[in-house]
Design a protein around this ligand. Structure first.
Ligand code: MRU
Length: 365
């Protein structure tokens, strides 16, 4: 196993706990200082881990929901199918309240619920077994999905390569291994580049710090640094300087929900970057598994945006509160980038360009 693979194993976002009686996650709120895994086996713990971003990133939230439902379903002690279905639905509805924006949460919960709904002719214990298999399939598929995204993104990197100079890549938040089952989405092209023989110095990745929860500096620079990829961090409001200086050849970001017209919700600050990239003529790509594309949402007006605790802005990370008492705080966790600002959306089924509704239909959505 090479150094990068070993790192992937160590920080795997979600796996089974002992005897599959719990879900084992790396607590991302403690990174990069502390690498600690925790096991969760009750619904409140699983809900809290998603809500407080111990596990985060759209695809990882989906895997967590699937693994969580498999573990929790096993705890429903009845042989009666109707009772099992009713209690299973209650837990599904509860986990669905943890975070509103990443559609992968609902996608995974629905996929798991379908197993139960279609299992009316089976014993409850057989359905419980099938739920473990389905959750595992969701995780394994995610590995292949991010690999495919990486292969497509790598073709773009190859075209940008200049003799003796690294390709400058800017990314925001963490759409890396921690946010998925393995390669990440926005980081997948970089990991694939390493697999194909590029050196860490062939790329220079600029990671936005990502206020207020610092996923870029805490998680992305930690991941990429461990993979030996040349990495620089900057505050979110510094990206224009890098672009102006010609250091950024391409922007790759992940996303939490893409509407049918291509409007893409991702971590707060992404839209600002897309506007900057347009100004400086830099290609801007959303990396999205098809599970993140919500064909039921026509456009940005139909994407719910999570509003989080003001303390994340006024207190978290500071030794003392940095805002006057009583000040009004605006803390949306995501923004939506207009589809017109995107160069393309990279999915595991291929590159999509505007008009996005037609491109999504062409790949079977
Ligand atoms: O609030 P977070 O940290 O869950 O937000 C994560 C992001 O915005 C990611 O870019 C997105 O989920 C894509 S992860 C492959």
């Amino acid at each position: 196993m090479n150094k990068v693979e070993e790192f992937f194993e160590r920080v795997i976002s979600v796996k089974w706990g002992p005897q599959k009686e719990s879900v084992d996650i790396i607590d991302q709120t403690l990174l990069p200082g502390t690498i600690k895994r925790i096991q969760l086996q009750d619904k409140e713990g699983i809900w809290e881990a998603i809500k407080s971003l111990r596990v985060r990133g759209a695809p990882a939230i989906g895997v967590m929901a699937a693994y969580g439902m498999a573990v929790l379903a096993k705890e429903i002690k009845t042989d009666n199918y109707e009772e099992f279905l009713a209690r299973y639905k209650e837990v599904t509805d509860y986990l669905a309240t943890s975070r509103p924006t990443a559609v992968n949460l609902f996608w995974a919960l629905n996929r798991m619920l379908r197993i139960v709904k279609e299992g009316g002719h089976l014993s409850v214990s057989k359905i419980q077994d099938l739920l473990f298999l389905e959750a595992e399939a969701i995780r394994e598929e995610d590995v292949m999905i991010s690999r495919n995204i990486g292969e497509i993104g790598f073709e773009l990197l190859k075209n940008l390569k200049k003799e003796g100079q690294p390709v400058g890549i800017l990314t925001h938040c963490n759409a890396g291994t921690l946010a998925t089952a393995k390669y990440g989405t926005a980081t997948a092209p970089m990991y694939i580049a390493l697999e194909k023989g590029w050196a860490g110095e062939d790329m220079h990745v600029y990671c936005d710090e990502t206020r207020p929860l610092l996923q870029g500096i805490r998680l992305t620079s930690f991941e990429l640094g461990n993979a030996g990829i040349q990495t620089t961090v900057q505050c979110d409001n510094m990206a224009s300087v890098l672009m102006e200086q010609g250091k950024v050849d391409i922007v790759f970001v992940g996303c939490d929900r893409v509407a049918r017209n291509g409007d893409a919700a991702n971590k707060i600050g992404t839209n600002t970057l897309a506007i900057l990239a347009r100004h400086y003529g830099i290609p801007f790509y959303i990396c999205a598994p098809t599970s993140t594309i919500d064909m039921a949402a026509a456009d940005k007006t139909e994407i719910p945006i999570e509003i989080r605790d003001p303390k994340e802005i006024t207190e978290t990370w500071y030794c003392e509160r940095m805002a006057p008492p009583g000040v009004d705080v605006f803390n949306p966790a995501f923004d939506v980038t207009d589809h017109a600002l995107l160069t393309g959306i990279i999915t595991e089924k291929g590159m999509c360009h505007a008009p996005y509704d037609e491109a999504f239909e062409a790949i079977g959505l």
